[in-house]
Ligand binder design. Sequence first.
Ligand code: NAD
Length: 799
Amino acid sequence: MASTPRFLVRKAAILGAGVMGAQIAAHLANANVPVVLFDLPAKEGDPNGIVNKALEGLKKLEPSPLTTKDRVAYIDAANYDRDLAQLAGCDLVIEAIAERMDWKRDLYAKVGPHLAPGAIVASNTSGLSINALAEALPAAVRPRFCGIHFFNPPRYMHLVELIAQKDTDPKLLDQLETFVVTTLGKGVVRAKDTPNFIANRVGIFSVLATMAHTEAYGLSFDVVDALTGPAIGRAKSATYRTCDVVGLDTMAHVIKTMQDTLSDDPWHALYATPPVLAALIAQGALGQKTKAGFFRKVGKDIQVLDPVARDYRKADGVVDPSVAELLALKNPGEKFARLRAHPHPHAQFLWAIFRDLFHYAAFHLAAIADNARDVDLALRWGFGWAMGPFEIWQAAGWKEIAGWVAEDIAAGKALANVPLPAWVTQGPAATGVHTPQGAYSASGNSFGARSALPVYRRQYFPDPVLGEKWPAGTTILETPAVRMWHLGNDIAIVSFKSKANTIGEDVLDGILASIERAERECAGLVLWQTKEPFSLGANLASLEPALAAGRWDVIEAVVAKFQQTSQRLKYSLIPTVAAVRGMALGGSCEFIMHCDRTVAALESYIGLVEVGVGLLPGGGGCKEFAVRAPQEVARGAAGGQADQFPFLRTYFQTIATARVAKSASEAKEIGYLRPSDVVVFNPHELLHVAQVEARALADAGYRPPVAARNVPVAGRTGIATLEMLLVNMRDGGYISPYDFEIGLRVARVLCGGEVDAGSQVDEKWLLDLERAEFMALLHNAKTQERIAHTLKTGKPLRN
Ligand code: NAD
């Protein structure tokens, strides 16, 4: 029995159907949690007008907040005038109305009496005081109230900050954390109740410091973006384009909160809206949403604002080559030493923004976070940084950096003249904050291990911070291409070692050898990669020499081995489970289709994309769809339809358009995944769930399915009908004449070839057909052009 009873969320309520509220509701719906979404009653028309409009908006937003469009059915529209009684049925209430203390407090007073007795109530405020908000709730509700800070867009951003106030019941926060981690799949960081919490406090400071130094060093915005993006381990949108995406008015709002609430902060002078930002807002240039901000797009050109000329010019910012060379250095200590010593303004600018970031994070650590790990993870998960501030500092040499920062502070170069806190140079953290004992807590002057909450036992490989290493398990078998290993139980794990986990003949050999071994020694086998993607598919480059030499026999043997590997995954004497996250394309999708079970992280992008390179799925993918269509009919899917053709048509269109599912849930809808496959929201829990699934199949006395022998196929009639579809697509200009030819070959395999409709074939027949059509395509010069083009450019060619 768990020490803390599980928090049951039968239904949730979201108060506020704006940008965040609607998207949080969508994500709860993604997770099968029914939601009542509230907003103010509309002034005219349907009283739920505001919410209904928000629900329509959810269906149009890209990238989609919904994993499948029909998820909106989980969300009921409501308004405060008529529907407050519905709160009585809601176990979790998340408030996400406009960022105004007075409006939020008014609303709390209004909803307070209607809340269910055991409900958890939380505010998604970006930075208002959780203690002050709590005061507006009835005293009995306060122990169940906290902050729950999602990041935009909530489906995709991993971070959620949880913030307790003085009355919050710690047990309840643990329960909420468990729910947020597993059910919603998020990375939780506990923040203290200080303005803007952790990620925005440090992240927005970093933006402001970058803006201040942009001006001081006389740099243009496009150059600063070139300096502060992937070159230093941050998002491609870097600094100014990120501001454009967020909205310059929103930025100004967050900065204003800092100005209003942080009057004692030594950096207070910096918390003023920078003049250039204010000028843009005054002109109505709010960034992407108004099509102009620091940048704008004119035709195909990206232009950048020149604040002196007060006009836009072509954006072409590049990093000075001598500085780019330093940024490419592998040794972070050397990189920082040389940046600091380099006189070029690009180098001096970079040193300055890091110096001030380190200074700020160290100074505020005690007040804003329990420990340095929480700060680092918050910036990584909330802002997409590859490393958090303390990690960057420590990796570069804690003492040296501390000395240089102190020197600059003394010389008046830093943005605030307060000294570094004493703990930086004296005491247990004088050589760094990340240690084998855990991360440094400045408020406790001690090192803290990771949370002991039981939910984290499901994460065998959590996101490590600097210096953290997880036991790599025990190797059972290792080849240059795969590693077969275990975690101390009898479920084997197979991981590929190739680049982007592509599948060449060596990987096929590795999988075959692993299955062989697992059958004799293990209870089950899981395909799991240590890093995303799951796999970009077959390694086409490895086929190039044989292709150039016209060794068709060699290539056909590899294709046959691909099919054999898929068949082994399906028919081995042990359960096989694919544990998928990220991209799973082409040949790897075929493996997924053949494993007994797939456990897929929500953010899995699965698809048969072979048509893009002028091929068809030749590793059993077409065959498997041909086998599944009549099975779907037998299963009674689609209302007991007696005809397999509707299924075939969907599968055909999926392959012919190289469709990639935009979530694991959509992969189920398309048919890449089966109803029995499992969707996991937290990618860090994937391996755990996959192991549990393999174990359960094994414990139930697993036997492989019987070989599919009497598969009824659609034959000539089916091919003719699918050809009509292709004719329409070609004549409508949707596909090229060569796409037509590829499509026709796909149709032939899916329909079992030129046989009478209803003929029964076996899997070997279908596999032979699939391989023959695959080879026929490979012989075609147009396919060879497509392959060469993709290998060279990474992009598909439509010839
Ligand atoms: P928004 O402006 O898109 O939506 C606010 C909603 O509040 C609207 O639907 C509006 O009808 C409703 N509202 C306005 N006044 C109200 C009142 N007096 N009583 C009841 N409802 C009222 O705002 P948003 O961006 O979704 O932000 C909502 C909350 O989430 C804020 O606290 C914000 O700080 C926080 N937040 C925003 C982001 C972000 O990137 N936008 C990220 C994290 C947290």
